[in-house]
Structures are given as C-alpha cells and as structure tokens.
Design a protein around this ligand. Structure first.
Ligand code: TYR
Length: 461
C-alpha cells in the first residue's frame, strides 16, 4: 500500500538559502503593493482544496479532519478513537495535546498543509495561467511558504484597510476580509488583471450542514459544561455549514448557526483584554506580547517545560515552568474562536462561541494553519537558543520515539517521529528571525536575542 509522503517543498531561494515563512501581515502588504502573484496562488490553492470532494484525503475538509472530529481514518491509518471511547483525560483524535510531542506533531501537520497548497498552486498554474507567464508564476510558487500570524505583534497601520486597527493585538488583515483582490485572466486570455474573489482564509464553508454529511464525515454536536451555572449544553457544530468566530449563542434560532458570522472584532477584543486561564492569576494581567517575550527569554529547565502544559501538571511547583508554549496556545484558541456559548455570567464575558475554541473543530477554521505556523516559529526560535534542550528530560524522552500518526515520511509504512522534524530547514522552510547568511546556518544567538527584544521586549505602539 502506498502512503502519502510528507516531504515539504524542496525549492531554494536564488541565493541558495531555504525560503522563509513570512509574517502574513507584512507578506500581504508586499503582495498588494507588488505583483500579487503569491497572494493569487495562495487564494486559488486554498479555494481549490476547499472545494475538493471529501473522498479526496487532501481536500480541506479531510486535512482539517486529521486533527480531531470527525474521527475518521486518514492515509489508511486506523481511525482515531472518538469521544465515546477515549479516557476522559485524553483528547480524541490524532492530534497531540497536553503532551511533550505537541510541538512536533503540529510541525508535521503544518508541513503537510504547506506542501498540499504548493502542489495545488502548480496544478492551478498549468491549468489557468497563460503559457508565456507560467515560468514566472512557477518561480513565485517556489518562493512561497506558509505565512504565519505573529499574534504577539501590535498591528500596523495598513493603507486602504480600515479593519487593520493600528496598535492593538489583532487578527491578521487577511483573516478579516470577506473578499480579496487577486489576479484573474483577462478577456483575451493573454494577461491578468485584479478582481475581487471570496477569501478562503476568512472562513471554511462546507457543502451542507456538517451534521448532514455522509458517514464517516458527519460532524456531531459537542457536549459542554458551564461551571458558572452548572448546566450542560451542546455546541451545535452539526448545524453549521460555515466556521465562525463568536457566531453561535445558546438560545438563537438554529438558522442563525448555519452561516454564523466572523465576529473578528470580538476576537481582537479578547486578544487585548487577555483574561488568561486559571494558572495566571496576578494582576495587572500580562499582555500576549509580554507572555511571548517571557516564553522566549525564560531559562526553562528543559524541553518538556517549554513545550507543554503536561509538564506543569507533573512538576507544577515552580512558577517559571508554568508558562509553556502550549499554555499560551490554548488561551489564544479560545480568544480567537470564542468559547462562551451560554449566556455569560459577567458583563465582561464576550458572548458567542466559534470553531477555534474547540479541539474537535479548531482546524476547520482556516486561521488555524497560519496560527499554528507561528506556534512552530516560536518553537524554532526556542530550539535555536537552546540547542542542548531537545527532548532532554525523562518525561519527553519517554515519548521521543512515538509515531506522529497519521503522518508518513515516505510512501513506505514509516511514520514521522519527533527526531525527524528537529531540523526544520531539512523540511524545506525557514524563518527570517533564525536564518543565518549562509544556507543551513543559524543566525548568531545574540542577534536573535536582539530581534526578540525589538519585536516583543518593548511595547511597539
Ligand atoms: N479548548 C482548549 C482549552 O481551553 C484550547 C484549545 C482549543 C486547544 C483548540 C487546542 C485546540 O485545537 O484549553
């Protein structure tokens, strides 16, 4: 049996270095002010996979479905256990959380997504771009890598885009636009011109209500429990056709859930009001920028302490190790999507729930992938600063050789393990902040620290 090999993109930059994943807000501005080719390719490729039939395991639905719901088999790997069969302390699905392989499992997941989009770009070019332009477009695709959302950077002013409020923490501009201008072939089929198209990063829209999809793709409602009122409820993911941010509320008619809104103003408000989960109780509450700065500058004991909330559960005695990459990550999931489905107890609670806050459904919101791309970048930065701390503690070592299922290294039956993804440049991408001048070289440690300080160590607005 042949498996889907996950290799990443193997093109190089003209100077021989590995192409970098870029800050999506900066990349977007470059594209809008420049030739818009990569933006067009990204939009077309994402729209294409979103419209593929569900039998195609590289369709958007099936890629999103690897994470958790609908708990169906991917790449001929036994279907992950659903919520009825897993022990209560485990999250159902292939996804890895509250575990020392949280960063590495998601690293392969992003790689698969990036590679799938690139392959789709090449198909698009062959089918749709006038022949005389195809070489240029193919080169642009080769320089493209999945962009990341730097959630800890205060937003820039972006001319012509009033949604992009300056000086607050906010979603990337591209996640707030229902439509974007991309290049389309003009009427004589020789050249290209800009025209508005639906933005596939804004939301994902299924063919029908997700609870009405055929087995095994049918999405179910998810049980929740409100601690304040003590009442149980069900998140109606089965009633949604589209993903939403803060769009579903208990008590609304079901029709309001079908194509609920992208209430990104609430996401932005939550990113700035920053009420953190229970572990961080001191006041004034730290900003996401400060927390990211601490994450990158604290002297953690080991990989495990940096990587996961599980370390805190096992060795929670030291506050220095309470803050982990995964802890920051959990909070942002809830802030972006909205997690208050029942009427709020306090006036300050933002009312409305959305897919990003649910482990089962998060990956269906396309922002998930550019969000996790930044989680991967923070991991790469930390790795570069702590080369001796790769699975260096007993807890991490116990799972270091775990298969990162369902991801195969090659078409033979061999899964990825964490060690396979330690060096990200070998996977065909890099990040500017850790990239040295020569191919395969790291930026010098003090220079990385200077960059971290200027990005996150001082308030930039
Ligand atoms: N709901 C999780 C929590 O409250 C956060 C989370 C959401 C984590 C989606 C992962 C995810 O994919 O901790």
């Amino acid at each position: 049996m042949d498996f889907q090999p996950i290799t990443g993109i193997n093109t190089k930059a003209p100077d021989g270095r590995t192409p970098v994943r870029k800050d999506i807000d900066i990349w977007f501005q470059e594209q809008v002010q420049g030739n818009s080719i990569q933006l067009t390719l990204f939009v077309e490729a994402l729209a294409a996979i979103q419209s593929h039939p569900l039998e195609n395991q590289l369709s958007y639905f099936r890629l999103a479905g690897i994470h958790s719901a609908p708990w169906t088999s991917w790449d001929n790997v036994k279907a992950p256990d659903g919520p009825d069969v897993v022990p209560k302390d485990k999250i159902p699905g292939y996804c890895v959380h509250n575990d020392f392989t949280f960063p590495t499992w998601h690293r392969v997941y992003m790689l698969l997504f990036e590679q799938t989009l690139y392959d789709e770009m090449l198909v698009f070019i062959r089918k749709n771009i006038p022949e005389a332009l195809q070489d240029t477009w193919t080169q642009e695709a080769g320089q493209w890598r999945l962009p990341y959302w730097d959630f800890a950077r205060f937003g820039d002013y972006i001319p012509d885009f009033p949604q992009a409020t300056e000086g607050i923490l906010r979603l990337p501009i591209m996640a707030m636009l229902p439509d974007v201008n991309i290049l389309v072939v003009n009427s004589d089929r020789q050249d290209m011109e800009l025209a508005p198209r639906q933005n596939p990063l804004y939301k994902y829209k299924a063919q029908t209500e997700m609870g009405k999809l055929d087995d095994p793709y049918k999405i179910k409602g998810e049980n929740g429990h409100d601690k304040g009122s003590g009442l149980d409820y069900t998140y109606p993911w089965d009633k949604c056709v589209s993903t939403t941010k803060y769009g579903i509320r208990q008590g609304d008619p079901e029709t309001a859930w079908t194509n609920a809104e992208q209430n990104w103003r609430f996401s932005n408000q939550a990113l700035n009001e920053h009420e953190w989960n229970k572990e961080v109780i001191y006041k004034p509450l730290p900003t996401l920028q400060e927390m990211t700065y601490r994450l990158l500058t604290y002297d953690y004991d080991c990989w495990g302490a940096f990587a996961t909330t599980q370390y805190m559960e096992r060795h929670g005695q030291k506050p220095i190790n309470w803050l982990s990459l995964e802890f920051i990550h959990n909070n942002i999931h809830n802030w972006v999507g909205g997690s208050q489905f029942t009427p709020p107890q306090k006036e300050t609670d933002l009312w409305g729930a959305g897919h990003m806050s649910s482990v089962a459904m998060a990956a269906f919101d396309p922002i998930f992938f550019i969000y996790h791309c930044n989680i991967d970048r923070l991991t790469a930065i930390w790795q570069t600063l702590h080369k001796d701390k790769w699975f260096d503690d007993p807890d991490s070592q116990a799972v270091q050789a775990n298969d990162l299922a369902p991801f195969h290294k090659d078409s033979a039956d061999k899964f990825y393990t964490s060690d396979h993804v330690q060096y990200w440049r070998k996977l065909g991408y890099d990040y500017d902040i850790v990239q040295g001048d020569k191919p395969d070289e790291d930026r010098a440690d003090p220079d990385i620290r200077t960059k971290i300080r200027s990005l996150y160590g001082v308030r930039t607005h």
